[in-house]
Design a binder for this molecule. Structure first.
Ligand SMILES: *Cc1c(COP(=O)(O)O)cnc(C)c1O
Length: 374
């Protein structure tokens, strides 16, 4: 079976170093709040060229903590994409806010800023820009749109850590460091993956950073002084050690995935029924997912055909968020979300990971070609 991801080769590259540091943590029994955590935060902030990094338990908590830190209140509206993972919408609702779903662009799968503009009201507290599948949103345009307002921009960078946005005057800035707050996840399959869960928040703002750090630790600014009503959200020392060992290889592994995506695109471009993913002009795409589009009537049969040939594929995402049973009656939305709805019927993500071989990809390509030949 060709699986969507094979993470073992990444471990093989860092095995000696990582086994040593895990052994040390076990020896010292410093499972919680070990020194590796502070080191990881420092290295991540340096790597992404941003002032503050605060780690937490997972990417969903990173978003929740960000919304708490900006002071989201009951009834506040948060604009976010309808074609996306559910975590940001869920965080908004659990804090008493109202998600307002915007349309996405059919070729980049990212939030459509014209739709965002239509949805802004005096109650809009924040916009969550999800950088989907490895490619950032148009942050330049988004930041100009909110420049003269109090609306906060939170970047959900769970899928695009290490990708770069080309801002005004050709300034290159890492995705997740441009809005007021950036969030990421260290779920094992994400660009920087732990051996379990983990997450982090990035910001240039001293106040927000301090508040997020306290909120993640039961609201404590000082031990046993609970300044805020917070949560308990921390990364394990072992996970921090894994990420510390992997971080120096992040851009190498991202480049390997970009090369794998280019190999797919070079061959798949010759199959007229397949639309290959588009790279935008204003950002780099690190291909957390390689997502093709085919006509809605062909998508599921292609998936079944590939599965029978031993090739796993995934549909990210099969249902738009405004149509989800838990959200549909409590969300706001743009009137027309047909692009998001249609994408759910036509997208298909193929196996991609840093160490996928050209031979494996050729094999996958041949089966896709055979499917459409019939
Ligand atoms: C993975 C992911 C999250 C949530 O991360 P967890 O660490 O699983 O909580 C949030 N948003 C997006 C876009 C994701 O892909």
């Amino acid at each position: 079976m060709i699986k969507m991801v094979d993470l073992y080769p990444q471990y093989a590259e860092i095995r000696a170093e990582l086994d040593n540091s895990i052994r040390k943590i076990v020896h010292d029994s410093a499972y919680i709040k070990g020194e590796e955590i502070g080191e990881l935060e420092k290295n991540l902030a340096n790597r992404l060229n941003v002032k503050h990094c605060v780690t937490c338990a997972n990417g969903t908590d990173a978003i929740t903590l960000s919304l708490m830190a900006i002071g989201l209140e009951r009834g506040d509206e948060v604009i976010l994409p309808a074609f996306s993972f559910a975590a940001p919408a869920e965080a908004v609702i659990l804090l008493g806010g109202k998600p307002v779903f915007a349309e996405v662009d059919s070729s980049t799968f990212n939030i459509d800023l014209k739709s965002v503009e239509r949805l802004i009201t005096p109650r809009t507290k924040a916009i969550i820009a999800v950088h989907l599948f490895g490619q950032p949103c148009d942050m330049n345009a988004l930041m100009s749109m909110v420049r003269h307002s109090d609306i906060k921009v939170i970047e959900d960078n769970a899928q695009s850590l290490g990708s770069i946005c080309i801002m005004d005057g050709n300034k290159r800035q890492y995705a997740g460091t441009i809005g007021d707050i950036g969030c990421t996840s260290f779920f094992p399959t994400k660009p920087l993956g732990a051996f379990g869960d983990g997450g982090a928040v990035f910001t240039a703002d001293d106040d927000l950073a301090e508040r997020i750090r306290a909120l993640a630790s039961h609201g404590q600014r000082y031990r046993y002084t609970h300044t805020y009503v917070g949560i308990n959200s921390r990364i394990d020392t072992v996970q921090a050690a894994v990420l510390l060992a992997k971080l120096p290889l992040l851009s190498h592994w991202n480049t390997m995935r970009i090369e794998a995506a280019d190999r797919y695109s070079e061959s798949l471009a010759y199959i007229p029924e397949v639309k290959i993913p588009k790279k935008s002009l204003f950002a780099t795409h690190i291909f957390h997912q390689y997502t093709i589009k085919v006509s809605a009537d062909m998508r599921d049969p292609l998936r079944v055909f590939l599965n029978k040939a031993g090739i796993q594929t995934m549909v990210y995402y099969p249902t738009a968020l405004h149509l989800q049973p838990a959200y549909r009656n409590i969300c706001g939305r743009d009137a027309d979300l047909s692009v998001s709805e249609n994408l759910c019927d036509s997208v298909l993500s193929l196996p991609i990971y840093s160490h996928i071989s050209g031979d494996t990809q050729n094999n996958i390509y041949s089966h896709i070609k055979n499917f459409f030949k019939k």
